[in-house]
Design a protein around this ligand. Structure first.
Ligand SMILES: [Zn+2]
Length: 163
């Protein structure tokens, strides 16, 4: 317990009123209460995490993205980086299922709920699918009409033959 003992910032911050009372003044190697807030937010180094914009290694954790990957914020430029971010795209199967459900008449919101995706995603897929469709619906195949005509003629001729 020499005079150069470093008091951890967090502990010092919490016990500041007591220590001030006990010691009367701040020890030389301790931060002043005015920048305790700053010190508490001091970046701990995250190995391998660097700002992709300015290259600074002073990063702090900044929540997680939808896929659960840790996000970081640069302490220098304030921009956010998500290293090793996993794709948050939904599988083609999920997308296909959503389109099928909506095509069967289910509401987009209900389809989203069943597939546990966001309604926005389903809306986007449906729009994309609709946009991919040709502007004009394909004309009914004429061959089918001809076949029906032929069938009709055939049945009629048979009838007349019977009579
Ligand atoms: Zn930066």
């Amino acid at each position: 317990m020499g005079p150069n003992r470093v008091i951890p910032t967090a502990i010092y911050g919490v016990f500041w009123p007591i220590t001030r009372h006990m010691w009367g003044s701040l020890p030389a190697n301790c931060v002043s209460p005015t920048n305790i807030g700053d010190m508490a937010r001091r970046p701990v180094s995250h190995p391998g995490v660097k700002c992709q914009f300015c290259g600074s290694a002073e990063m702090r954790k900044y929540g997680r993205n939808l896929s659960g990957t840790q996000k970081y914020q640069c302490r220098k430029c304030g921009r956010k980086t998500t290293p090793n971010s996993k794709s948050i795209a939904h599988s083609p199967q999920i997308r296909q299922s959503a389109l099928r459900l909506v095509a069967e008449g289910m509401s987009q919101r209900k389809a989203a709920r069943i597939l546990q995706v966001s309604g926005q995603s389903v809306g986007r897929w449906v729009k994309k699918y609709v946009d991919s469709l040709p502007a004009q619906p394909p004309k009914p195949a004429t061959s089918e009409v001809t076949e029906l005509d032929e069938l009709h003629t055939f049945v009629r001729s048979k009838k007349t033959n019977v009579i």
